[in-house]
Design a protein around this ligand. Structure first.
Ligand SMILES: [Zn+2]
Length: 109
């Protein structure tokens, strides 16, 4: 059974969260929201559609990709997706399926 970091919304394997370093003693529950992925806004609509088709409830949070502004242009917004822990592995498989071919293209340079 994994623990859960309240700060990062992540299931964690050790007693400390690898992202923020905080200790957690709370076990992850099946209805805890867990961070799934972060996608640029152009892709987030597509991912949201597929999650809806598969009946996976999710929460979206918009984040401004300020650090990327010089590289990719201004006003680039990305979207973080959170799903319930019980559906996290299913949702991750969907993300892999959807974006693996896109990532291959990005890695060519
Ligand atoms: Zn954390």
């Amino acid at each position: 059974m994994s623990l859960y970091c309240n700060t990062c919304c992540l299931p964690i394997d050790g007693e400390r969260c690898p992202v923020c370093g905080r200790k957690s003693d709370r076990q992850v529950a099946s209805d805890d929201l867990c961070f799934l992925t972060e996608k640029e806004q152009i892709w987030s609509g597509m991912l949201a559609d597929v999650l809806k088709q598969r009946n996976i409830p999710f929460v979206q949070k918009n984040v401004l990709g300020a650090g990327l502004a010089t590289k990719t242009g201004p006003m680039l917004e990305s979207v973080r997706f959170y799903v319930f822990y019980k559906q996290l592995s299913e949702a991750k498989a969907i993300v892999d399926e959807l974006f693996s071919s896109l990532n291959e293209e990005e890695n060519e340079d």
